[in-house]
Design a protein around this ligand. Structure first.
Ligand SMILES: *Cc1c(COP(=O)(O)O)cnc(C)c1O
Length: 390
């Protein structure tokens, strides 16, 4: 028997090395990676600058403790905050779920701090995904994910996606905040409209609620902005981040403005591994690449090209390709078949993607993707469409 807890349905594929947008198995078969470990390998595989940072730091120091100052931490936090339109503080942890948890605690702590300890409830949305801890599965409240783990953590009120009236109606005397992904990932690459997020901001301002975005998947350059909410002109109070933030080194972060963040005083939260020197070094190297001139513009350009090519496929195969949606290099293709089946057929053609809800095939490639890689992927997608259309 396998001694690995059987919580994953793994396919029968083992990769032994990666280079740029490609992964290789032991027999040196090459796969085009258009999923990047679910939006994680933002700089592709084995990016020289990230490898260098990891090696250099690995030979110096891995872990000390948050009891001490950490070399590079202050500079990294400053660089990240300066790259946003709202953040004054960053809390570093190790994963997306932890980053969301930190944000949820910040919402409660803020309301407590301003004299509203009873405003502990948070409004969340159908189709949401925020991680797998008890609080984050309770926040997303998807019955299948909660099954067997009840009772859910109290304090979440779920409303339909994109329905501003439903949000307003759900605001009660115990509501303290709103949590939303500006672009839903697992939910099927559903983009929140600017009007909707603007509406949420107004409601938060009117009722003194904390607006929290979950940018774990759609942030860190994925849509061609550092955080995707920058497309909408709306600033949150809190944003969670992880996945692409350190190109594959496990790291999460929760960004917050001063108004909310100042209530998180010494001893109110923490993490043993969080902000360890190795993670800080690799994240700093990732930020160096991501925030360099022209990088995010490249994401927009290649993303537009990718989307355009997919739209052409939609015209070629209107019965199979029903919709192309997303932004930048976070793209969803809604297909008229089981998206898991579509993903598997693409994998057989050595192109890696990820399924999402609503029969969506998700493309979350490394942000260093080029048009020639898009062409390679599109050729395989066309083949799969042809096969499926018989
Ligand atoms: C992946 C994801 C998470 C959870 O991240 P983990 O690192 O798996 O804990 C949270 N929110 C969103 C939007 C995600 O896509």
């Amino acid at each position: 028997m396998s001694h690995v807890l059987p919580v994953y349905a793994r396919c029968d594929l083992t990769f032994t090395r990666g280079e740029g947008v490609y992964l290789f198995d032991a027999a040196e078969n090459r796969y085009l990676d258009l999923a990047a470990g679910i939006a994680v390998n933002s700089m592709g595989h084995s990016h020289p600058a990230l490898v260098k940072a990891l090696k250099e730091q690995g030979e110096k120091l891995w872990h000390t403790s948050n009891m001490y100052q950490i070399d590079g931490l202050e500079a990294l936090a400053t660089k990240i905050c300066d790259a946003t339109d709202f953040a004054d503080y960053v809390f570093f942890c190790n994963s997306g779920a932890e980053a969301v948890e930190a944000g949820l605690k910040m919402i409660r702590k803020y309301q407590h701090g301003v004299g509203n300890p009873n405003k502990f409830r948070v409004i969340t949305f159908e189709g949401a995904f925020h991680g797998r801890t008890l609080a984050t599965i309770s926040a997303a409240a998807k019955p299948k994910v909660l099954e067997g783990f009840e009772p859910a953590v109290d304090g979440f009120d779920k409303v339909p996606f994109g329905d501003l009236d439903a949000v307003e109606a759900a605001i009660g005397e115990h509501t303290g905040g709103i949590l939303i992904e500006p672009v839903q990932g697992e939910g099927g690459v559903r983009v929140c409209s600017a009007e909707f997020l603007q509406g949420l901001r107004k409601l938060c301002d009117r009722h003194d609620l904390v607006l929290m975005f979950d940018g774990v998947q759609c942030g860190m350059g994925r849509t061609g902005k550092f955080f995707s909410h920058e497309w909408t002109g709306v600033s949150p109070d809190i944003t969670s981040s992880a996945k692409g933030i350190a190109g594959g080194f496990p790291l999460g972060a929760c960004l917050v403005n001063e108004r909310v963040g100042k209530h998180m005083t010494a001893g109110s939260h923490g993490s043993t591994y969080g902000s360890n020197p190795l993670a800080v070094a690799v994240c700093a190297a990732t930020m160096e690449v991501m925030l360099a001139d022209g990088f995010l513009e490249h994401v927009v350009k290649v993303g537009d090209y990718f989307t355009h090519q997919l739209q052409q496929l939609a015209q070629e195969f209107p019965e199979m390709v029903q919709e192309v949606r997303g932004r930048g290099l976070m793209i969803g293709l809604r297909v008229a078949t089981d998206s898991k089946d579509f993903v598997e057929k693409l994998r057989k053609k050595h192109v890696l993607t990820a399924p999402a809800a609503e029969n969506v095939v998700r493309f979350l490639p490394p942000l260093i993707l080029e048009e020639k890689h898009v062409d390679e992927g599109i050729a395989a997608i066309r083949e799969v469409c042809k096969e499926l259309m018989g």
